[in-house]
Design a protein around this ligand. Structure first.
Ligand code: BGC
Length: 742
């Protein structure tokens, strides 16, 4: 909370910093007003996620000095061509920045970000971003529009797949690691790219989970829930931030001075580039807060937003606005200075072609090491949701029937936002199991779209009946998740449930493998299918990584970064809910039954479903057992200058080595604003051999107790707090209390 950003200039060694600053200032003095405005104009050269306003030709625009950055170019050859036009043929010779959405891998595709967050291991996030940056930088990319850090509490929203889930703390840890991975130690190195924290801010709160919909959140909610992952990115030195599409206080994020100039720049100290989202400047007109592009351009530059992605508002209006005395030229200069500083930090003034090296491209893309990293991350991101009667792992020598089109669908394994990902690079679950099992039968049973016909169903039932175990791949298509992919129904699409119903009728145990980009409402499956492994969209190494878990070569260690609801009607549902005046959870009432009398009725509950999710935040099973003992605090009282130590002993009491994710939550019992029932403040992955025990300690300080108080400031208020230690948000094993005194 209340972070201070590490700016790009701060990150440079003093000599380089002086060089960059000098170069930027001399360029600013040389460029005409038209050329400066041109720097702020970003154009698209390939794939599009919406309509662009304006009709500027990219090549001509570069030649005329009317474009400062390009997104979505085709390949290194095209990137080099554009750069040559900018550096050698335009009047000013300022290099371009080339941008692409490299979200979870460039060519070596890793699990979708939500899946990666399920590893609860920031080092996995750093590793995948590092590999992605190495490949992207070898393929001509300077700037990725990642990480997405939107806190997502509504699984109907397709973009929850892009970020790190429902919790501000976990999302902060993961997002910080992603920035470190992308940007590395030196942005000018040939294996790093500029990161972009997006979408600033509150986009995850789109009403009803509908894409591009209204957001209406309080300042407290903004600061407590949606802002922390951005602060974590600023701490990591992120060099750019993207405006969100949504409103805050009914003003679009792109033209929202409170968000950009006041909060991001003045309060948090961010001095680098703010880029719009796709035509988010132009959309001010649709929002009804600007009458035309002239009003758009004025509002956005005054708010502090620098680069205009494809709306053309700056390109067509800013020069005149300055000439008419409406916009002060110093605002244009400040925005251009920030973009030129990015170019300097990327080393583009010394060598504008450093990212376009065909030789490096062939050496650095889709290497064996990168594939191995993708497999490691994909293994760690799987979550064993349930495993009744130890159905998994597959017994040695068992005959297995594999069913489901998704088990053999290369393209779906890449998920949405796949950059240069190629389905031909993917090893599917079917391919791997065919290789690793002696007795495997594959029957499609249901298409990857979820369509089941009678003949397929009969063939699947026959194969499963004859096998010792059925592994059934079910879930969503990759295109049902991501941007512009909201779903109101979160059950398994199509007839997949019909398939499962038929298979559980056989005597053969069934293990479902789920492919999906969001929590699903799968209460029927959870009740009837004995084992469920959540695999998300795992990337190029889908097959090997899932087989490692199914065959017991890797003991699943992932934990949910978002709750799975029982039904869509519970949404939004998240573990760190605020207290209500009539809490049902503390009452001695069975919420799975309809209320029997008024005492059971007039409380915050449903008549027809429980309040609790199907699977809670932090949930995940393993092939072993962990027990917790000796949870203790080193003191019962701290002052704001002290440190509190929380200690717990964890023992692996099962028969396999495994990893336990020890979770520490806080509960501020009385405060000036209502506080969540629990909030994650620390976690640690503890690797333990069978029979091994370890004592784990967590240090907390008053900074962990801070929140946005009723005095509108960040502070820790004296009083009593609970420390809750557990395996999941709904599986707290011990609660200890302490007091913060003045
Ligand atoms: C998305 C951004 C993305 C941009 C450029 C937009 O539609 O919201 O996340 O970076 O397109 O592709």
């Amino acid at each position: 909370m209340a972070t201070q950003a590490q700016t790009l200039l701060d990150q440079l060694p003093p000599e380089r910093r002086a060089e960059v600053e000098e170069r930027v200032e001399s360029l600013l003095a040389e460029l005409s007003l038209e050329q400066k405005v041109g720097q702020l104009n970003q154009l698209n050269a390939d794939f599009a996620t919406g309509t662009a306003v304006g009709d500027m030709d990219v090549e001509q625009g570069i030649l005329d000095g009317d474009i400062g950055s390009v997104l979505n170019f085709a390949d290194v050859e095209e990137a080099r061509h554009f750069q040559e036009l900018a550096v050698e043929e335009s009047d000013h010779g300022v290099p371009l920045v080339l941008a692409l959405d490299v979200i979870h891998g460039h060519r070596t595709i890793f699990p979708i970000p939500l899946g990666e967050a399920a590893s609860w291991n920031p080092e996995m996030a750093a590793l995948s971003a590092r590999v992605a940056a190495t490949e992207a930088a070898a393929d001509g990319v300077h700037w990725t529009f990642a990480p997405s850090v939107d806190v997502g509490r509504d699984p109907r929203w397709g973009r929850v797949m892009e970020a790190a889930g429902e919790d501000p703390y976990l999302a902060s840890e993961i997002s910080n690691a992603r920035v470190r991975g992308f940007q590395g130690e030196d942005l000018a190195a040939d294996d790093t790219v500029l990161a972009c924290a997006k979408h600033y801010v509150g986009y995850g709160a789109s009403e009803a989970g509908r894409e591009y919909n209204t957001v209406d959140i309080s300042e407290t909610n903004l600061r407590e829930v949606h802002l922390p992952p951005f602060e974590a990115c600023l701490d990591a030195g992120v060099g750019s931030v993207m405006n969100a599409f949504n409103l805050y206080e009914r003003i679009p994020a792109s033209s929202n001075e409170t968000l950009v100039n006041d909060l991001l720049r003045s309060e948090l100290g961010f001095e680098d580039v703010v880029v719009s989202d796709w035509n988010s400047f132009g959309e001010l007109v649709e929002h009804g807060v600007a009458g035309d592009l002239r009003e758009v351009a004025r509002a956005c530059i005054e708010a502090g937003s620098d680069v205009d992605m494809v709306s053309g508002a700056y390109a067509t209006e800013l020069v005149e606005l300055v000439e008419d005395g409406v916009v002060d030229e110093s605002l244009v200069d400040a925005a251009v200075r920030r973009l030129l500083t990015v170019k300097g930090a990327l080393g583009l003034f010394e060598d504008p072609y450093r990212y376009f090296d065909e030789e490096r491209q062939s050496r650095r893309i889709l290497t064996e090491d990168h594939r191995e990293a993708a497999r490691e991350v994909a293994r760690e991101s799987q979550v064993l949701l349930k495993n009744e009667s130890d159905v998994l792992p597959v017994d040695d020598g068992a005959s297995v029937a594999l069913v489901g089109g998704l088990a053999d669908s290369a393209t779906d394994m890449l998920g949405a936002w796949r950059a240069e990902g190629d389905p031909d690079d993917v090893t599917t679950l079917r391919t791997t199991l065919a290789d690793r099992l002696d007795d495997l039968t594959y029957v499609e049973g249901c298409s990857r779209d979820g369509a089941v016909d009678d003949a397929q169903l009969a063939a699947a039932v026959e194969a499963v009946t004859a096998a010792d175990l059925a592994v059934v791949a079910v879930g969503e298509r990759y295109s049902q998740t991501g941007e512009a992919a909201s779903r109101a129904h979160l059950d398994l699409p199509g007839d997949q449930r019909r398939l499962l119903e038929a298979l559980v009728e056989t005597d053969t145990p069934v293990a479902a493998v789920l492919f999906n980009g969001r929590p699903l409402a799968i209460d029927w499956t959870a009740e009837h299918v004995p084992a469920i492994l959540e695999a998300w969209f795992p990337g190029v190494e889908a097959g090997p990584a899932i087989a490692d878990v199914l065959l017991g070569e890797y003991n699943p260690s992932g934990r949910l970064p978002m709750c799975f609801p029982v039904t869509e009607g519970q949404i939004p549902i998240y573990y760190n809910r605020l207290r209500t005046g009539r809490p049902a959870e503390n009452a001695d009432v069975d919420l799975t039954e309809p209320p029997a009398d008024p005492a059971e009725k007039y409380m915050s509950r449903y008549l027809d479903v429980p309040n609790e999710p199907l699977y809670a935040f932090g949930h995940g099973e393993t092939y072993t057992e962990f027990t917790y003992t000796d949870v203790s605090l080193d003191t019962a009282t701290i002052t704001s200058a002290d440190t509190l130590s929380v200690t717990v002993t964890v023992e692996n009491t099962g028969e396999r080595s495994g990893t336990e994710v020890v979770q520490v939550y806080l509960n501020d019992l009385v405060a000036s604003r209502a506080r969540p029932v629990r909030e994650l403040v620390r976690f640690e992955n503890v690797d333990l051999d069978a029979g091994e025990a370890a004592t784990v300690s967590f240090e907390l300080t008053a900074a962990d107790l801070e929140f946005w108080t009723a005095d509108d400031e960040y502070a820790a208020e004296p009083g009593e707090f609970e420390v809750q230690v557990g395996r999941a948000a709904d599986d707290i094993v011990a609660v200890e209390t302490f007091e913060l005194v003045e």
